[in-house]
Design a protein around this ligand. Structure first.
Ligand SMILES: Nc1ncnc2c1ncn2[C@@H]1O[C@H](COP(=O)(O)OP(=O)(O)OP(=O)(O)O)[C@@H](O)[C@H]1O
Ligand SMILES: [Mg+2]
Length: 457
């Protein structure tokens, strides 16, 4: 139930307005003058809106408005006046009034205006908390030497236009590094665009990168801009660059050298201004040896190398990251803030984290959802970290209950289990097919076929 403070020197208005608002479910407070009104604003602490008269003998409404804005900048103030000149209205808006009502007041108009002011305030609050969360989610956390060195490298390379090749195991934070480089560069106002080369079928990569003209191939029903065009003036992250098909590598090389490209099916040459960052978990030098990656492209991309070490090589970061993800997860799931109890962080520090920071993040999210109290105990960590991959006949037998039915045939049951298993792996890997495939012991293309067959999107 929102609380509204009405400030007016006319007793009559205070009474009628207050009654009308209460009938609509508002809580009301009244003040017969500007000074008293300011005192109430200062002492109440939980007001949602103010209705404020302009002409009052003890203090001018505009002055009251100015002071409220300083004392409580978030509080929406709707002005009311019987002698509204344009000049007064303009000043009120400049001072940050939420709206302006003319006297004599119509109850309907007051209610609509008030509801609007409250809705705008709610949105502003939501916006602020989302932005804070985003900022928080983008922050690179960690106190280890390696992480501090990476942050230093980011600071050094960001302002240049230099290409950076970011290497590291899955889930170590490569994408976060790329975003940080973009954010700290002069291109930060421009777009940050990402293409996951492993997630796009080979035959579509060229059109993803360069775009295509209408009708240039079956399925190209309209003109489409590619990622390079989308990233013009900004940064393009080529993720999983090791999965770029050889045929595309030559075309990519040309864009990097000349800054020029053609859409598929077009002869018009387009110029783009894009900073290219690349990331991979593969050993590209080995890929060059094996003839899967062009050496000239490697040199073009690898102007500045940044290696993000696996989490097990920087265990000092685990408590910091744990604390950080705990805060994020509580906010995201609207849980009351939880804290780590004795031994919980230590237990996290003992694990090897093959899935690196992403695995740690997922684990903490699970803890926030599953740990009952305000405190995350060592036992909770123990329970959540039970190996998910390792099986044992016992676990398999208990898992059977989910799928078993006397009327079901084996093939159907296997399909159900496959679907559950793949869905879970994809979720654990945040939709990252290459990683999920690895975890499941499948070729990536095989995983795609399976997902298609099982109808998993
Ligand atoms: N130092 C860090 N501080 C805070 N969050 C981090 C840090 N490192 C990684 N993360 C978070 O961990 C998750 C995985 O990171 P990211 O996606 O950048 O990894 P990646 O190396 O690109 O993984 P992949 O190889 O699987 O694509 C993200 O949610 C990211 O925000
Ligand atoms: Mg990534």
């Amino acid at each position: 139930m929102p609380s509204v403070l009405i400030i007016d020197d006319e007793q009559n208005i205070l009474v009628t307005l207050s009654r009308a608002l209460q009938l609509e479910g508002y809580r009301t407070e009244v003040a017969g003058g500007g000074k008293l009104g300011l005192e109430k604003v200062a002492s109440h602490g939980a007001l949602d809106a103010v209705l404020l008269d302009v002409l009052m003998p003890d203090m001018d409404g505009l002055e009251v408005l100015g002071r409220i804005r300083t004392a409580a900048p978030e509080l929406p103030v709707v002005m009311m006046s019987g002698h509204a000149t344009v000049e007064v209205a303009v000043r009120a808006v400049r001072l940050g009034a939420a709206d302006f009502l003319e006297k004599p007041l119509s109850t309907d108009k007051v209610l609509v205006t008030l509801a609007n002011a409250l809705a705008i305030r709610r949105l502003a609050e939501e916006n602020r908390s989302l932005r804070a969360q985003m900022g928080l989610a983008r922050r690179m956390v960690g106190q280890s030497r390696c992480l501090q060195e990476i942050l230093e490298q980011i600071r050094m390379v960001a302002p240049s236009n230099g290409r950076v090749l970011i290497t590291g195991e899955n889930g170590t934070g490569k994408e976060l590094v790329a975003r940080a480089i973009h954010e700290e560069s002069a291109r930060r106002a421009g777009p940050f665009v990402k293409l996951n080369c492993a997630a796009v079928p080979q035959e579509l990569i060229e059109s993803e990168l360069f775009g295509h003209e209408k009708g240039s191939f079956t399925g190209a029903s309209s003109l489409r801009r590619g990622k390079f065009e989308a990233a013009d003036g900004g940064t393009l992250l080529l993720d999983e660059i090791g999965d770029m098909p050889l045929s595309m590598q030559a075309k990519l090389l040309r864009v990097l050298q000349e800054g020029e490209l053609e859409r598929v099916g077009s002869s018009e040459t387009l110029r783009v201004d894009v900073r290219v960052l690349a990331a991979t978990n593969q050993d590209l030098e080995a890929a060059i040896e094996a003839g899967r990656f062009r050496q000239d492209l490697f040199y073009r991309l690898n102007v500045v190398p940044i290696r993000v070490p696996p989490l097990r090589e920087r265990r000092e970061d685990i408590p910091w990251l744990g604390q950080h993800f705990l805060q994020l997860a509580c906010e995201e799931h609207n849980r009351r803030a939880k804290a780590f109890g004795p031994g919980a962080l230590e237990r996290l520090g003992e694990h090897d984290w093959p899935g690196n920071v992403r695995e740690l993040k997922n684990t903490i999210e699970r803890l926030v959802i599953m740990a009952p109290g305000d405190e995350i105990r060592r036992e909770d960590v123990e329970r959540v970290m039970q190996p998910t991959r390792a099986g044992g006949a016992e676990r398999a037998a208990s898992g059977l209950e989910e799928f078993y039915s006397p009327t079901r045939q084996l093939r159907e049951m296997v399909e159900l289990a496959e679907r559950a298993f793949i869905t879970r792996a994809m979720r654990d890997c945040e939709g990252h097919a290459t990683q999920a495939a690895k975890q499941l012991g499948l070729e990536r293309s095989h995983l795609y076929k399976k997902m298609k067959a099982l109808g998993i999107k």
